[in-house]
Design a protein around this ligand. Structure first.
Ligand SMILES: CC1=C(CCC(=O)O)c2cc3nc(cc4[nH]c(cc5[nH]c(cc1n2)c(C)c5CCC(=O)O)c(CCC(=O)O)c4C)C(CCC(=O)O)=C3C
Ligand SMILES: [Fe+2]
Length: 369
């Protein structure tokens, strides 16, 4: 293994997964919602979103592209390490990938998750799925599964934030000149139950990290846009993709509801910046580009949507930087930990109780519990 990444001999890209054919849609939704208490009507509605796009989510192709870009970036930096990809909810499943890693002789891998923030859905659930996958592979009796460490949350890494600043600037530039100055910038992320937000992040730090982390990213982007344009745009955090039963409170306001209110208050243009997502997957192409765009059209609001990080070279390079950084930490060497904004760089190993599973404890990797 190349010395800069010792003790790691592989990198594992961990993602959500999505359907690729109409026949995949229902089994995929069953995988995602097993035991999660999602009402049937909501499932049918979300199934329709996928069918409108031919039964194919863009997420797997985006991960294939990201995987290729990471491989190329590592190779061109002289870091010759195999990169694997596995999903929580669809093929290639984590257990199959980890089995292949074991068969290839991988002993210790670093994992990068395509989710930038702390929350049960965005962090611990992936760690639980990794634990299940490793247990499944160990049960084969064909030797030990590789040890897996998760690279730290990168919501405040410059490699994630800087592409979003540029994306915000170019979305603003897309608005009609006469409306730009008074546009409202709506930073959008996935809604989660408020109880899940309350328990997000390390309990000793008071929870509520999902929202706190998003606010710090929003504030940093607003400030950098001000430095570039000389104007501090009106900005706020809004949510999309609410699910669950109606009596369970989720984070609000919904992006569509907020656009209605802003219109009534005289606002004429909005920019949506999807800081909650790292690529243009279904939440972005349906909930924002289809549904929210239709709301804007109905309200006669000028509308632009900022790009996600995708395969921006800075985002791809960030993966290398986080790998090299964590490898140094594991060797006991001082490492530079890049971050921007008001929150410090996130922890390497999740503390006990971090992003608690509200349904009770389950085995999870990459944490103190
Ligand atoms: C915080 C968060 C992220 C961001 C972090 C990350 O990226 O992980 C995220 C990403 C994603 N969510 C996705 C898809 C779905 N999420 C669902 C349901 C849920 N998501 C939740 C939260 C999040 N989700 C929650 C609290 C639920 C309720 C059920 C539960 O408590 O678990 C459902 C079921 C239907 C519904 O309930 O809406 C689907 C189909 C896809 C794939 C998109 C594609 O196919 O392109 C991606 C990337
Ligand atoms: Fe989701």
């Amino acid at each position: 293994m190349p010395p800069v990444i010792a003790p790691y001999d592989a990198l594992l890209l961990v993602s959500f997964g999505g359907p690729e054919r109409p026949e995949d849609v229902v089994p995929f939704l069953e995988n995602v919602t097993r035991g999660r208490g999602i009402p049937r009507e909501r499932l049918e509605e979300v199934g329709e979103h996928y069918f409108q796009f031919g039964g194919r989510s863009p997420i797997n192709d985006q991960n294939r592209e990201l995987l290729a870009a990471i491989e190329e970036d590592l190779r061109s930096s002289g870091i010759d390490v195999p990169v694997y990809w596995g999903n929580r909810n669809w093929d290639p499943y984590l257990a199959d990938t980890i089995r292949r890693m074991r068969d290839d002789g991988v002993q210790r891998a670093a994992a990068i998750v395509t989710s930038a923030y702390s929350s049960y859905s965005g962090c611990r659930q992936y760690r639980e799925n990794l634990a299940d996958a490793v247990a499944e592979v160990a049960a084969d009796g064909n030797g030990e599964a590789p040890r897996i460490d998760r690279l730290r949350h990168y919501f405040n890494h410059p490699g994630f934030v800087e592409p979003m600043v540029d994306a915000t600037l170019s979305a603003l530039a897309d608005l009609p000149d006469a409306l730009r100055h008074d546009a409202h910038v709506l930073f959008v992320t996935h809604s989660i139950p408020t109880a899940m937000d309350d328990r997000s992040g390390p309990p000793v730090l008071g929870g509520g990290f999902y929202v706190r982390q998003h606010r710090s990213v929003m504030d940093e982007i607003v400030e950098r846009v001000r430095q570039e344009t000389g104007h501090r745009y009106a900005a706020e955090l809004v949510y999309c993709s609410r699910s669950g039963p109606p009596h369970v409170p989720w984070l609000e306001p919904d992006v569509n509801d907020r656009m209605e209110e802003l219109k009534r208050a005289g606002v004429r243009a909005v920019v949506l910046v999807p800081i909650g997502f790292v690529s243009d997957h279904m939440e972005v192409v349906y909930d924002l580009d289809t549904e929210a765009a239709a709301t804007a059209e109905k309200l006669d609001l000028a509308f632009a949507r900022a790009a996600t990080a995708g395969v921006d070279p800075r985002f791809v390079r960030m993966v290398r930087d986080l790998l090299v950084e964590r490898a140094a930490v594991e060797r006991g060497v001082e490492a530079e930990r890049a971050s921007v904004g008001s929150l410090p760089p996130s922890h390497d190993v999740c503390p006990a109780g971090c992003c608690a599973n509200l349904r009770g404890p389950r085995p999870a990797l990459c944490g103190k519990d």
